[in-house]
Design a protein around this ligand. Sequence first.
Ligand SMILES: [Zn+2]
Length: 105
Amino acid sequence: MGEAVRLAHAMGGAGSLDRLAQVVEIVDAAAGRVRMRAGVAAIDFERLITASSHSTYGPVSAPGRAPTSPAGPAGAVVPCPACGKKASVTARFCPSCGQRLGERP
Ligand SMILES: [Zn+2]
């Protein structure tokens, strides 16, 4: 039993350890010393181990990766080369100073 916990700890799977902690009392995760909680069948423990080893826990899934939604062409703005004020990329002339912004496809 302790071997599985030590393995999960070595892999750095915090999620696996959390799931293990539901059925066992982790005395020393690094050393793989655990105590079975009372009232938990061994079959449940084995199933947890199998499930956690097949799922992708750990640093594989990078947390905090915010999806950057690029602004569409309609909402994008560019600074006017003449006055520096923002003009729509679709505008051919600056709305502030009338500077020609150039042809765009
Ligand atoms: Zn301008």
